[in-house]
Design a protein around this ligand. Structure first.
Ligand code: KG4
Ligand code: ZN
Length: 353
């Protein structure tokens, strides 16, 4: 048995600074998924809330402030020192360029100072593999529904680094649809949890909203039309009417229902087209309760197992980056390097990794 391999992960692509340490228990030849030793996270949500969205320059500056304390917290949580780190993995993209540079710069500086190799990780691969840290990890192959703030993709996943794109959004991402419609309703940022919260009190059948691209066997998504339709309905509401608050909740519920219906229908279609019986849902929107309930019900009827990341690992975090780095090394699909001259990839296609 080879010695355990410990991978430090650093995430700073958007509005969360995350640091985590995972361990491959049996070294790089082991088949068991990596184990999370410790992680620390700081969300910038409170800071950006006043602006109604992420302010890139503020995000970068805050990552700089948080990164080292979070690293210390992670090591303390694991009861280990810096010398215990074997490889430093970091989010190389996609994301905000300035924000990515903070985590990347820190990872490469650490690698150089410790004489340890570094490995750039694709942020979406982190989301995609994050259910491997759950108590009920999936097995390859599976269909993955990746639903984050900037991406909505269906993929066939045959193994680490073996991803085939089945469909993706042609305009807004599902998370963006949540965020933008929540903003129209005057709800806070990020909109997903806020809209989902208001929807709890509403009637999801009160408003007829479109389910774009639902017909046919196309696996692509489109959410821009839904946003416009929702805006039209919102403008018809009378804010002074006695039932105004209920109407807003109804509109939130109807909007969430439309987004979830499309995500569930396309997921079922992808399962049908690939013949696969396993599914993984990852990314921030994967935390949505309605999506989970509906997908579990529909997939259960078809004998399909659905795997989710632990709720706290649905949104951005360092654990998924450490994990993706470790799984890349474990599967021989990634090479950590002692070349510390770094760059970042704000735009980066997962199938090009
Ligand atoms: O994956 P993520 O943390 O960041 C990106 O990589 O983009 O996803 C953030 C997105 C935001 O659009 C947020 O509104 C959405 O995930 N989100 C949710 C929920 N929690 C987060 N959307 C719907 N329901 C939720 N409970
Ligand atoms: Zn993300």
């Amino acid at each position: 048995m080879s010695a355990p391999l410990r991978v430090l992960g650093i995430e700073s692509s958007c509005d969360e600074t995350g640091v985590a340490l995972v361990e491959l228990p049996e070294g790089m030849d082991g088949l068991a998924p990596p184990r999370l030793l410790a992680q620390a996270l700081h969300s910038q949500i409170d800071m950006h809330q006043a602006y109604g969205g992420v302010v890139p320059e503020l995000a970068s500056r805050d990552h700089i402030r948080r990164a080292v304390p979070l690293l210390r917290e992670t090591l303390a949580g694991a009861g280990l020192g810096l010398e215990a780190v074997d490889v430093v993995a970091y989010t190389r993209g996609p994301g905000l360029a300035g924000a990515l540079l903070v985590g990347t710069g820190m990872a490469c500086a650490l690698g150089m100072a410790l004489d340890r190799p570094v490995l750039g990780v694709h942020h979406l691969e982190g989301h995609l593999l994050s259910p491997f840290l759950s108590a009920d990890p999936p097995e390859f192959p599976f269909v993955a529904l990746l639903v984050s703030g900037g991406h909505t993709q269906l993929m066939q996943v045959d193994g680490v680094g073996r991803y085939t794109m089945l469909g993706e959004t042609i305009d807004d991402a599902a998370g963006e649809a949540f965020d933008k419609t929540a903003k129209m309703l005057g709800l806070g940022y990020p909109g997903g949890p806020a809209l989902a919260g208001l929807a709890e009190q509403g009637d999801d059948a009160a408003f007829k909203l479109p389910r774009p691209l639902m017909r046919g066997d196309l696996l692509d998504f489109s959410f821009a039309g839904l946003k416009t339709a929702m805006w039209t309905q919102l403008n018809k509401l009378d804010a002074t009417a006695p039932n105004a608050a209920q109407a807003r909740a109804d509109l939130a519920a109807s909007t969430q229902a439309a987004i979830v219906d499309v995500l569930v229908a396309k997921s079922l279609l992808a399962l049908k087209q690939t013949g696969l019986k396993r599914m993984v849902v990852a990314g921030g929107v994967g935390a949505n309760r309605r999506l989970r309930v509906q997908l579990d019900a529909q997939c259960g009827r078809r004998g399909v197992r659905v795997h989710y990341p632990e709720l706290h690992l649905c949104t951005d975090n360092g654990a998924m980056i450490a994990l993706a780095g470790a799984m890349r090394l474990q599967s021989g699909q990634g090479v950590a390097t002692r070349d510390y001259a770094f760059d970042v990839k704000p735009r980066w296609d997962l199938s090009a990794v």
